[in-house]
Ligand binder design. Structure first.
Ligand code: KG4
Ligand code: ZN
Length: 349
């Protein structure tokens, strides 16, 4: 995409419990990325408390913007456009980032680019640190597995900004299943990383949890495996009183990873994809990364750990491609708490 107009984007992200700002050039070269995590604030509730999240965004948003500009050694006058997450996410959290971005766009006389958070996760694989060697861009057609706390879906990307949803979860998202199983096992919030940590000391073959293959569809289902863990936990508690938490975590993780990996590989073959892309918070999972990295059939793009979970660099990357291809937002746009990728405008022909 060397023919697109160059632009330096300042991007904001506040869809859930991270307040983030980044500065990125041409959708790829990352100049700075600041993430203020609210993890400790929500840990006592065992999950994200929406009103606490929005109020913390109000406190963090300006310092995060100032830090991102300072880290990039830039002033507001050296930015070409403002990108911001419009959705999906928590309405009260999204409002804070969107209003800050509108204020910046209005005050600086810059274009505003509203970005879909899921598209952001996908574009995290375009990002690299400025000053380092430029890695090759993901090539289309691309099979994209999106696995986050709220979404699990397979999309075929035939071009920039162009998605064909092949399937998605019929119930829990993969990240949600990790979070719920963590709670069942008495592991701390956030669930994904603590299940992964416990699983590292466990035997993934000790328990056989069900794999929902949902033959002849590209859909997923993770509520069965979660319920199966619940029954096993109750059984074990009744019998011995103690829980082999590490083995349960490892066996659960193995069941989820096997389905995500195999279905993505099958879909890539079936639809003639050149490469595979994995994105979203669950792409930080070591077992999932290992599964994809161990195969040699497809080149796989998985972002570095810092870009797997929520950040603004990915919003700047997606925002750049939207901006460069003419998708600029009006200053009166609202947040979009529910906003599937399938409802986005594709790349103009
Ligand atoms: O993308 P993300 O940061 O936020 C959403 O857009 O949802 O994803 C958060 C999800 C949570 O469910 C979290 O438990 C999961 O990603 N997650 C992980 C890991 N790190 C984060 N799941 C499994 N293993 C991990 N290492
Ligand atoms: Zn996310």
């Amino acid at each position: 995409m060397t023919d697109l107009k160059p632009a330096r984007i300042l991007a904001l992200e506040s869809s859930c419990d991270e307040t983030a700002c980044a500065v990125i050039e041409n959708g790829r070269a990352l100049l700075s990325s600041v993430v203020a995590s609210q993890m400790e604030l929500h840990a006592r509730y065992g999950g994200v408390f929406p009103e606490v999240a929005s109020r913390q965004h109000v406190l963090s948003i300006v310092p995060v913007v100032e830090q991102a500009l300072a880290d990039a050694h830039l002033s507001f006058g050296e930015v070409d456009a403002i990108a911001v997450t419009r959705g999906p996410g928590l309405a009260g959290s999204l409002v804070v980032g969107l209003n800050a971005a509108k204020g910046l766009a209005l005050g600086l006389g810059l274009p505003l680019v509203g970005v879909n958070h899921l598209e952001g996760h996908i574009y995290s694989s375009w990002v690299y640190n400025a000053g380092e060697a430029t890695p090759p861009e993901p090539q289309f057609p691309l099979m994209a597995l999106l696995v986050s706390g709220g979404h699990t879906e397979l999309n075929l990307m035939t071009d920039h900004l162009t998605y064909k949803r092949l399937g998605s979860t019929l119930d829990d998202a993969a990240g949600e299943a990790f979070d719920k199983v963590a709670r069942l096992l008495g592991l701390p919030y956030p669930g994904g990383p603590s299940v992964q940590k416990a699983a590292e000391n466990g035997d993934p073959t000790r328990f056989h949890f069900p794999r929902a293959w949902l033959e002849d569809t590209w859909n997923f289902s993770f509520s069965g495996v979660k319920t199966s863990v619940l029954y096993e936990v109750n059984n074990l508690k009744n019998r011995s009183g103690s829980l082999p938490v590490d083995d349960l975590a490892a066996s659960f993780q193995a069941a989820v990873v096997e389905v995500l990996f195999k279905k993505t590989m099958d879909a890539a073959r079936e639809f003639g994809a050149k490469e595979i892309l994995v994105a979203g918070g669950v792409s930080a999972n070591r077992a999932l990364r290992k599964a994809f990295q161990a195969q040699r059939e497809f080149k796989v793009h998985i972002p570095p750990l810092a870009l797997c979970t929520d950040n603004a660099a990915m919003i700047g990357a997606a925002g750049y491609f939207r901006y460069a291809l003419g998708h600029v937002s009006d200053l009166d746009v609202d947040v979009q708490p529910t906003w599937p990728l399938s409802r986005l405008k594709p790349k103009p022909r």
